[in-house]
Ligand binder design. Sequence first.
Ligand code: SF4
Ligand code: SF4
Length: 387
Amino acid sequence: MEPVAPFKEGEELIKQAGGGTARLCFQCSLCTVTCPWNTVGKLIVHRKLRQAGLGLADVEDEDWWRCTTCNECVSRCPRGVQIPDVMIAMRKIMVQAGAMPGGLRSVMASLAAVGNPLGEPKERRDDWARDLHVKAFSPGTEILFFPCCVGAYDARVRQVARATALTLQIAGADFGILGANESCCGESVRKAGNDRLFADLAQRNLDAFARVGVERIVVASPHCYTTFKKEYPGFGGAFDVVHVSQYLAELLREGRLEFQRQMDLKVVYHDPCYLGRHNGVYEEPRAVLKSIPGLELMEFPDCREGAICCGGGGGGIWQDTKKGERLSDLRLNQAIELGADILATACPYCMMNFEASLLTETSDNALQVRDVSELVLEALEVPLTKC
Ligand code: SF4
Ligand code: SF4
């Protein structure tokens, strides 16, 4: 293991990169016990903190990239170490040195070239909405709907974006999209340690928002939510940001959506880390689900603040995780044990991970994975063929 720089310089480098609290760590290992990686036998966190505190970096060791920034450990640390920040700081230093897992390297290249992590053509970013006649956002439009890159391009998550757009149309919401003019919010790359690329993506979006006077954004992803709400203001962004589950709760409160269908289903809701722990949004998705006639809302034993991460945050969604170490498999099996018909979530990354887990963890169709928006649309009794 090499020092990131001569001792004093290394300490300063880590501090400048945002990992200064590493030196407070006294190795109690409470973070390791709390970390979801503990459940798959990877007792790594306190060792990584020790290495960071000593200014050491094993650049070939991909364990630095395991942290999903789920934030579960932070409240348990008796010394106030900002553990995810330390992990991100070490990644920044390694990215600057040219070291990162191969999956992230290609994602960053795609983001730099075409503004999305999937390498899809920019001009096809609004394909998901074409036949729904969703209008382009123009000055005076009340709401920008931001579907997230995977909502725009991924075949499964597109259905969620479409369900949301149809629901907003039914409610009579005045909304539009930016299509080819929007770029990835940049959350994954910032957490993966590439601040320069993040700043570039943020500026592209801020310019696009400013050109048409965006004042309110409804976002599909808790990752975009956090980024627009907490990080873009640092670059001059000033707008109201609402997660789609919050907006649906608002529409229901105002009586703008009326359910037509009885949904006799047992639904267990998974709290996405970036909606729950990072932003404290626990009630609105539950309020929406509870308002659907017939739907029985179940809870995981570790719900809300204690919810296990699906593995998608912090750039994890773009990395291969081998069988036996996938956190989403654990969550899916918990849902099966509870006897749920539906595992519901409100995050595109959770959706992608759970859908992948369905392929390996189940052989029947007893459990389905759905976004809250999809269940709302179904209860409005809109023919699913429209999706
Ligand atoms: S919980 Fe805090 S003090 Fe304890 S090992 Fe983890 S980072 Fe260090
Ligand atoms: S933020 Fe989550 S994944 Fe990262 S070290 Fe803490 S508990 Fe583990």
